[in-house]
Design a protein around this ligand. Sequence first.
Ligand code: HEC
Length: 194
Amino acid sequence: MKRTYTLYIAAVMIMLVAFSYGCNKQGSEPASEPAGDQLAAGQVLVEEWKCNYCHTPEIMGPEGKAIPDPDRLLSGHPAGEEIPELPDMIMTSPEYMEFLDNLDSTVWATDNRIVFTANLTPDEQTGIGTWTEEMFIATVRSGQHQGVGKRLKYPMPWQELAELDDSELEAIYLYLMSVKPVSNKVPESIVLFK
Ligand code: HEC
């Protein structure tokens, strides 16, 4: 009888220890893993750095003002959207300047290229859905696709972004991974003058 009693106490104690361990684990989660806070911080950084300005196509808003299209958030230059014909002018001519002014903010021209902004949504085929956090951080820090590929062209502000610390870049990555995946294969940049 006494023996069963001791066993019973032991079993209860094991359960208590297991239970309190479980509680502690749960209790400490918000402090060690503030995923929600980090996501919110990522959204704030994306707004501050105007990623949407370049990476989100616009639609006409209610007051006749262009607004970022909520259905295509951060999905880059829309595939298949026609770009205006290039003027046969030198870059510094007023006509060329007007041409540049009329491009929407997902299309940019450098001295000899037309560059299209990338799809930053988690779509696996056309966005950055298969990228790890390391690949994202390496891209921004090195100015090269996934840290090893093609150089990022103007006006992607990677030099400035590279100065953010890892936790800020992590937050941006988390936020990008949380937006709706949009299938949009952004065209390659176009070389103007060979
Ligand atoms: C002034 C416009 C502009 C802003 C602002 C901007 N980008 Fe970009 N971004 C670009 C352009 C243009 C490209 C494509 C460059 C190229 O084709 O080489 C690009 C490319 C990228 C790429 C590389 C994708 C790949 O496949 O290699 C990433 C990642 C990226 N941007 C993330 C961001 C993030 C995150 C922000 C905000 C924190 C941001 N960009 C803000 C213009 C911009």
